[in-house]
Design a protein around this ligand. Structure first.
Ligand code: NI
Length: 135
């Protein structure tokens, strides 16, 4: 089994806020991430596809194809957007990296033409990332 990774980057703004909590509870829970005037991150996304190389091409997946799928289904919808306001698949959700990586998985599931979607890592900063494997 070979694991092939494509890295993409995007920049987006957001605010961590739970509308079911009071302003005081939101401040207590999220601190400066609850700031009403938004803040931004330069996110890095790593999409891993697992499979056996095709005997004809030697590829698990053509990385130029994977790049296009990620750009069309994910980064074009997130880059330079406000995750709370502009992104259909984040409507009504707290815009944590945890929730975002699950929704990114759903955007890519079923769209990978060869190999299997294995994992997605989402870096919010150099030091903080989440990983999701679909369950
Ligand atoms: Ni943030």
């Amino acid at each position: 089994m070979i694991y092939v990774t494509r890295r993409e980057v995007f920049s987006a703004s957001h605010r961590l806020h739970n509308p079911e909590l009071s302003d005081e509870e939101n401040t207590e829970l999220f601190g400066k991430c609850n700031s009403p005037n938004w803040h931004g991150h330069n996110y890095t996304l790593e999409v891993v596809v697992a499979g056996d190389p095709d005997p004809k091409s030697g590829y698990v997946i053509d990385l130029s194809v994977l790049k296009k799928i990620i750009q069309e289904n994910v980064t074009s919808k997130l880059d330079h957007r406000n995750l709370n306001l502009d992104v259909d698949f984040m409507k009504g959700k707290i815009t944590s990296s945890e929730n975002l990586v699950v929704e990114i998985w759903k955007q890519l599931a079923g769209k990978i033409p060869s190999g299997n979607l294995y994992s997605i890592k989402l870096y919010e900063t150099e030091n903080n990332y989440v990983e999701y494997k679909g369950e």
